[in-house]
Design a protein around this ligand. Structure first.
Ligand SMILES: Cc1ncc(COP(=O)(O)O)c(C=O)c1O
Length: 359
């Protein structure tokens, strides 16, 4: 605290990212990083960036990257905005677009950065409860005014929205802005990107962190009607004209172009996810159906805190929140086969104990 802090700063509760441990040898299943290395084409593109490209400022609008993304989505570059991770893109959506609305409706259990941005940009938030099975019930959002924001699949549950119901809600409410965060694109949920050509009230955001194994490169993007994208560019150019450095632009372009890598890597992760889900279910865990590269699970006989601590003692990191309704849940990233096996063996020892102590 300093006397120079603004009143707003004093009132902020910043987002806490998942732990990035400084010790080696941990099995890290806490931040939904991809278990595979990124495409070799990305590494080749990064190593071919020369000194002259670093001496100069990068393209402020990342035009080659926007065009490559647009081509793959059947859109024009005027419908694409790129930023330093989808977190930055989402922050600009709040600043430039959502604050024009009276309030923002979000699920009560979702990506915990949303309420942080809402407070930063002083936008009132209404939390709409997930249903008993942790699914998003669209009816609850239609009953009250305001912009609407979902992660699809939702995080940390992994549950995907019904695409027809969501498309119908967007199309039949043209005066309400919908933001659909597709950070976990590629792992099973149906994308809303196809709607961008025909509606003016939808922003779809995506990340290269999860689908393309590039969390360290920090690249995310938004797809939306040109007027909405122009708004995001105005925010960017009033804040930082160069959010993507030369390396990020080169690496992201190679990643987006390597569609074979994306297809194969996503298939491997989804297959591994189903193996992990079956292993957890076999140990008595209740697991949400997941369309992400993570699963959300609880054991009816073991408190989430105990499970979390037990895993941590055995050098396995997962994510858990001290929040009502989900305090007993663990969010577990789909890791490599050996990481998932180590996790299952460690949990088996703990829940086996819990089972033998129960009457
Ligand atoms: C739902 C959701 N949205 C957005 C992000 C941000 O992703 P990034 O800033 O790495 O693109 C995350 C990261 O975990 C997420 O879970």
């Amino acid at each position: 605290m300093s006397k120079f802090w603004s009143a707003l700063l004093r009132d902020l509760h910043p987002y806490t990212p998942g732990e990035q441990p400084r010790v080696s040898g941990l099995i890290k299943l806490n931040t939904n990083e991809h278990p595979l290395p990124p495409s070799q084409r990305v590494i080749a593109a990064l190593t071919s960036v020369d000194g002259d490209a670093l001496r100069r400022y990068p393209d402020p609008d990342s035009r080659a990257l926007c065009r490559a993304i647009a081509d793959r989505e059947g859109l024009s570059p005027e419908q694409v905005f790129v930023g330093n991770g989808s977190d930055e893109v989402l922050a600009h959506v709040f600043k430039g677009l959502l604050t024009s609305q009276s309030q923002l409706l979000i699920p009560d259990i979702t990506y915990s950065f949303y309420p942080v941005w809402a407070r930063l940009y002083q936008l009132p938030v209404v939390e709409v409860p997930l249903d008993l099975g942790f699914a998003i019930n669209l009816d609850g959002y239609m009953e009250q005014p305001g912009a609407i924001m979902f992660a699809n699949p939702n995080a940390p549950t992994g549950i995907a929205l019904d695409p027809d119901a969501l498309a119908n809600a967007v199309q039949s409410n043209p005066d309400r802005l919908f933001v659909v965060d597709e950070a976990y694109y590629g792992f099973g949920a149906d994308s809303m990107a196809g709607l961008v050509n025909s509606v003016e009230n939808l922003v779809v955001t995506r990340s290269l962190s999860k689908s393309h194994a590039l969390a360290g490169l920090r690249v995310g993007y938004a797809l939306a009607a040109p007027g909405l994208i122009e708004g995001l560019r105005r925010v960017k150019d009033s804040f930082n004209s160069y959010p993507l450095d030369a390396l990020a632009q080169a690496g992201a372009l190679a990643a987006v172009e390597d569609t074979d890598w994306l297809r194969q890597a996503s298939a491997e992760v989804t297959q591994q996810r189903e193996t992990l889900l079956a292993g957890l279910t076999g140990l008595g865990f209740e697991v949400c159906p997941s369309a992400g590269n993570f699963v959300f699970a609880r054991h009816p006989e073991c408190a989430g805190r105990q499970l979390f601590d037990h895993l941590r003692e055995h050098n396995i990191l997962v994510r858990r929140w001290d929040k009502p309704r989900i305090a007993d849940h663990l969010r577990i990233t789909v890791g490599s086969n050996s990481d998932c096996n180590a996790l299952l063996a460690c949990l088996a020892a703990k829940v086996g104990d819990a089972g033998s102590k129960s009457p």
